[in-house]
Structure formats: structure tokens, C-alpha cells
Design a protein around this ligand. Structure first.
Ligand SMILES: Cc1ncc(COP(=O)(O)O)c(C=O)c1O
Length: 341
């Protein structure tokens, strides 16, 4: 059982079928096809708000192109130290935005907290041209440490952004897992809470390679499309991206896949605690962070589990990630087999 990452998974059958359907003949290039044209309507219905959808093939591109529409080359982006844009995207943010600077701060479980954000923004006010003025705040939902912001928590951050006149961006590489965990309409943790742009992740949750930039102010579309083109992220066979996204939200496939991943995480958490593991953070979505004695970690590896150690949380810390194809019955069966061994 591979719990190393949700990126290790194959394409799910529904999305493979959508890709196959695009292989039946020719179609206009660069987004001129019917499926690409249908995305704005489909996602506007999903979010209960008029949105512009700009598909790209990687999460880094989705994050950075979104940010180009929200921040100037000399502006700052407040984010958590653990944020993917800060820790795992090289200097892509500065590269795409033409120089914008990340301004990392702390918070529990990789979450920003409204009060700390307010204090930080206050401290950076009126510092003139010699300093970097925050123009945007970035949150990740669910976070890099598997935590989920509630609608109230995002709303409180959105209110601070409004008070200080900052844009709010959400990295939703695992947005589906957050919505599945909260069981709320996607609107409640996005535009209703003050989010201006969202990277709506697909790849980790069953797609082959697609993330949708969702702009809650459709007037930002032209800027996003320019940024996508000049960075080489406008695919000529755009219909393959669009087909994946259309299938992903059709019949709530995105939620079905995420619900399986989240339920598998709960089953796996039970197995790990049964084995003597200690959860370092409450399991909320599809990522588990657990402290395991060396002998138990080895025992799990001997039983065929793959997972990473996570030194930033301690020497005995490990990360387990479940996904759309995690087999809950197999996890439960393994728990029974390992119990008492
Ligand atoms: C929080 C988060 N954001 C974005 C991404 C997307 O990254 P990539 O550019 O590798 O698709 C990831 C992937 O690991 C992630 O965990």
C-alpha cells in the first residue's frame, strides 16, 4: 500500500474515459473547443457565482498564474512558512510575478490565524518604498499539514484582508478533501469568505494533470490568460485539460474521490494508533502525521506500506497520504492482521 503521496496514484476511470473521448477526432485548438467553452458555466454553477476558469497542467503554474493577477512585481504575499509556494515551488512565485516577495509567518498546523495576520499586516503598514508592502495573503486548503480551515476561519481571514485592502488567494491542491471534510458548499470557503482566486486541484484526486485557476472576479481573466501564454502554459490541445475538468466535476466525481481518500485516512489513523502511533495533528482530510517508534515503522514497512519520514515534525515523525484509490477494506484487513503481532 502506497501512502507516500496522492501524486503516486493513476488516473481514475471516469477521467480516463473523458480523455479517451477527446481522442475521437479533431477539435479546435487553444481552448476553442466546446468542452473548454463549457467550463465557465459548469464551475459558475458549482460555486454559485460567476467565475472565469483558466486550466493549467501543474499546481505550481495554477498558484503562480493566479498570484500574478493579485500582486504587483514589487508587492508581498503573506503566507505560512510551510506553504507549498514558499517551501516547494523554488522561486516560481517571483519568476511568474516579476519579483513579488513571499512574506512567511507562523501558525498552528500550517494555518494562518486571523489575529496573527492582523498583527502582522499592522506591523508592515506605512513602511514606504524601502520595504515590501503585502498586497496579497495566501492560504492552503487543506493545509500542507493536513488541517482544514472552517468557513469561519477563512471568513475571519477574508475580513482582515478586506480591512487592510489585501487580495486573498487559496491554494486548493487538496480543495476537494477540504470540502469533503467540511461537507459545506464550496462557496462557503471561497468567495463568500473573501477569496479572490483559487487553484482548484485535480491531479492529486484522480485527474491526469489538470488544475483549474478559478477567478471569482471574471475581469481578471485576461491577465491570467496573458500570464498563462507567456509562461508557456497554454496547451494547444487544451481540450484534454478541459475534458478532465468537466469529468471531474460531473456527478461530483471530485467529492466522491475525496471522500474515499478522507475515509481511508480515518481507517489508516485507527490502524496506526492501534499499533502504538501517536497522531501529531488531528486527522481531518487525507494526510496523516504520526509519531512511530522505529520498530513499528519497520513493521509497517515489512507489511508492505510505503510512507515518508517527516523530520520537520520530529525524528520519529512520518507522513501518510491517502487518495481516491486507497482501499479501505484492505487497510481494515491489515489492521486486523497486524493487531497483537
Ligand atoms: C499544497 C500544494 N500545492 C500545490 C501543489 C502542486 O504542485 P505541482 O506543481 O507539483 O503540481 C502541491 C503538490 O504537491 C501541494 O501539495
Amino acid at each position: 500500500m502506497n501512502f507516500a503521496s496522492d501524486n503516486v496514484t493513476p488516473v481514475c476511470p471516469e477521467i480516463q474515459a473523458a480523455i479517451d473521448a477527446q481522442c475521437q477526432g479533431n477539435a479546435p485548438a487553444y481552448g476553442g473547443d466546446d468542452v473548454s467553452a463549457s467550463l465557465d458555466r459548469a464551475f459558475s454553477d458549482l460555486f454559485d457565482h460567476e467565475v472565469a476558469v483558466v486550466p493549467v497542467s501543474t499546481g505550481t503554474a495554477a498558484n503562480c498564474i493566479s498570484l500574478t493577477t493579485l500582486v504587483s512585481p514589487y508587492g508581498g504575499i503573506v503566507c505560512h512558512h510551510e506553504a507549498h509556494i514558499n517551501e516547494d515551488e523554488s522561486t516560481a512565485v517571483a519568476h511568474f510575478t516579476g519579483g513579488a516577495k513571499l512574506l512567511p509567518i507562523d501558525g498552528p498546523a500550517a494555518k494562518l490565524e486571523a489575529a496573527a495576520l492582523s498583527t502582522y499586516l499592522e506591523s508592515r503598514a506605512d513602511r514606504g518604498v524601502h520595504s515590501v508592502t503585502p498586497e496579497c495573503v495566501a492560504v492552503t486548503q487543506s493545509t500542507e499539514l493536513g488541517a482544514v480551515y472552517s468557513p469561519d476561519e477563512i471568513g475571519a481571514i477574508g475580513a482582515i484582508c478586506k480591512q487592510f485592502n489585501k487580495r486573498l488567494f487559496m491554494d486548493g491542491a487538496r480543495f476537494a478533501n477540504a470540502v469533503a471534510a467540511l461537507n459545506c458548499p464550496p462557496a462557503d470557503i471561497t468567495w463568500k469568505a473573501g477569496v479572490d482566486a483559487l487553484s482548484f486541484g485535480g491531479t492529486k484526486n484522480g485527474a491526469m494533470a489538470v488544475e483549474a485557476i478559478i477567478l471569482f472576479d471574471p475581469a481578471r481573466r485576461a491577465e491570467a490568460e496573458q500570464a498563462r501564454k507567456r509562461s508557456g502554459h497554454l496547451l494547444s490541445k487544451h481540450r484534454y485539460l478541459a475534458g478532465q475538468l468537466a469529468a471531474y466535476i460531473d456527478n461530483d466525481l471530485w467529492l466522491k474521490n475525496a471522500r474515499n481518500a478522507n475515509s481511508a485516512a480515518q481507517a489508516l489513523a485507527t490502524l496506526l494508533t492501534d499499533q502504538g502511533g501517536q497522531m501529531l495533528l488531528a486527522p481531518q482530510a487525507n494526510e496523516l502525521f504520526v509519531a512511530l517508534p522505529d520498530t513499528i515503522a519497520q513493521k509497517l514497512r515489512d507489511a508492505g506500506m510505503l510512507f515518508y519520514s517527516w523530520p520537520s515534525l520530529g525524528t520519529n515523525a512520518y507522513r501518510f497520504v491517502t487518495a481516491w484509490n486507497s482501499d479501505i477494506n484492505a487497510i481494515n484487513a491489515l489492521k486486523t492482521r497486524l493487531h497483537g503481532l
